[in-house]
Every structure is written in C-alpha cells, then in structure tokens.
Design a protein around this ligand. Structure first.
Ligand SMILES: [Zn+2]
Length: 315
C-alpha cells in the first residue's frame, strides 16, 4: 500500500500541470476491441457497433455486415436478415408495392400466458417496426414482375398465424389473377400457437391458393432460409416448382431431439441442413444470399419460358 501511494505522489508533477492530458484512447481501444474476446473487453464494446459471428467468432463491424447482406465476410456464415433489408436487396429500386401493410392479428382465443398475446403483438410491433411476420407485395426482379413474400424471424420467431396466412394467400391470388410468378422467402419456427387452430388452417389455405396458381401454369419459387420448420415447411415452403435454400440453413418439420426420441434412431450427421437435403433431393439448389437475385432472374427466365411452352396462357 505504502509503495503505491509513494509512486503516485512521485508522479504528480505539481510544477507542470498545463501539459495536455492524453486524449481519451478511443482509437487504441477500437483497434484492439475486435481482436480480444475477453469478458473485460466485451463490456466496453458499444451496443450495435460490432457483431460477433456465431460461427467463426470474428467481430464484424455492423456497417460492413449490413453492406454484406448480413453474411460474415470472413467465413460466409449467413446471419438473420430482416424482411425489409432482403426485399431491398432483391427488387429494382422503387418497384415494390407493398400489399396489406396494416393487417394485424386479432386475439381470437384471448390467449393468456406470462404476457397476453395482445401485449406480445404490441411489443413485437414496436421492436421490429413490422405488423406481423411477413411482408408481401408486387415488385420487379430484373425484368420480371413477381409477387414477393418475405418472412421475418425477428417477429415472434416468424410464426405463421392468420395474418401471415392471409397476406400470403392474397399475394398468391393476386399473382394468379395478374399472371405473375411468385417468390416466397421463408423463415419460421412454425404455426403460431397463440392462434391455435386458426394458425393451422393457414397451411391448407396457402396451399390451396398455390394449387390454383400452379393450374394457371405460373411458376412458384420457394426460398428456405435459416430456420424454416414445422407448419411453414409442411405447407407453402415445400411445394415450390423450385425450392432453393441458403447455405447451412436448418430445414425440417420437428426438431432433431423430438425425432430422435420418437424414432429411437441415431440421426445422420448434418441432418436437417440445406446441404443434407440437397443431397437427398428435397431441395433443388443452395444459393448464397448475395447471389440470390441473379439466380432468381435465371430461374424465372427458365420457368416462364418452359411454362409458356407447356401451354400456359403466357403473360
Ligand atoms: Zn464468420
């Protein structure tokens, strides 16, 4: 103790107090921050500036991550991306006309949990700036006008309730009426339990609308992103003319633990990943996020051409 106070005193230059104090070492700490992952450093990192890649644990500057469509620049891991950002990355500037933007759920079952369904909805609507877990509308991708539906996992786990089902059904019906192809980009934990049976009914409703769309010889491309599971995977997400997926996306119906417990069987490695499902024929291609737009244009061109030849009414 004595030594410390002695040293401190000896360092106090009481003759020269006018020396410029060292500048707050912002620069130095900023350079060091991404390199060090210790708990001490972690606390100092301002919220919303850096994101740690969950796969390679690199600290990525948020701006860089945004510019890279939320794909880690080091290991290409695909982090979750919001519906609006994704739409922005796909459609031609100013071409997107949103449909049913204000549609919101009614708490039909008067669901009461720790928080009521109404409170939950309000909370998510505020935090995500979305009304529900999907955005739908018509827009142009390349030269193709399409019906586009994009889900957002940040709204109640991308769960499908009556709003998601109804918005997608209206999108599909409008696209059928106007002779447009459809692209739906899914991410979902499944049907929304707060709406019980009403959620499950959306599975049949969306698929019925898609059947009419298919009868009109119009193409539907389904894009599965991490994670696409349960009621969504068991309905519209798995009935695309082409089914694409993002790399390493988890895709399945029930979770691996449930399946393992039910079947009492060892699950193969990589089970329920996009790569496994590509190998086993459930999906047609794995497309990295940044290449999705050009792939969509290529497939739309191919499918509209082949559908025309198959005797569709053309458009
Ligand atoms: Zn990474």
């Amino acid at each position: 103790m004595a030594t410390t106070s002695f040293t401190k005193k000896s360092l106090g230059f009481d003759v020269e107090p006018a020396v410029t104090p060292p500048p707050p070492s912002t620069e130095t700490t900023f350079v060091k921050k991404p390199k060090l992952g210790s708990k001490m450093r972690k606390k100092e990192i301002p919220e919303g500036l850096w994101t740690k890649c969950p796969k390679c644990e690199t600290m990525v500057f948020d701006k860089e991550l945004d510019e890279n469509l939320k794909v880690c620049p080091k290991c290409s891991h695909h982090l979750p991306i919001g519906a609006r950002e994704r739409i922005h990355s796909l459609v031609e500037t100013c071409s997107f006309e949103e449909m049913d933007a204000e549609m919101t759920s009614v708490d039909v079952l008067q669901f009461k949990g720790v928080a009521s369904y109404k409170e939950k909805l309000n909370g998510y609507q505020k935090s995500t700036q979305l009304r529900d877990a999907v955005i739908t509308g018509l827009g142009k991708v390349g030269e193709f006008k399409i019906g586009l539906g994009v889900m957002d996992f940040s709204f109640l786990g991308g769960s499908m309730g009556s709003v998601v089902g109804e918005k997608l059904t209206r999108l599909i019906e409008t696209s059928t009426d106007r002779g447009l192809p459809i692209v739906i980009i899914s991410t979902s934990g499944g049907a929304r339990m707060y709406e019980g049976m009403f959620s499950l009914m959306q599975m049949a409703k969306t698929c019925a609308a898609l059947a009419y769309h298919g009868k009109a010889k119009l193409p539907y491309l389904s894009v599965l992103t991490h994670p696409t599971t349960a009621g969504v995977m068991a309905s519209y997400a798995s009935v695309g003319d082409l089914i694409l997926a993002e790399p390493e996306a988890m895709i399945g119906f029930a979770g691996p633990r449930v399946i393992k417990d039910t079947t009492q069987a060892e699950l193969p490695p990589g089970f329920q990943t996009a790569e496994f499902l590509l190998e086993h024929g459930l999906i047609d291609a794995i497309v990295p996020r940044k290449e999705l737009k050009e792939h969509l244009i290529y497939y739309l061109d191919f499918l509209t051409e082949s559908k025309r030849q198959a005797g569709g009414n053309g458009h």
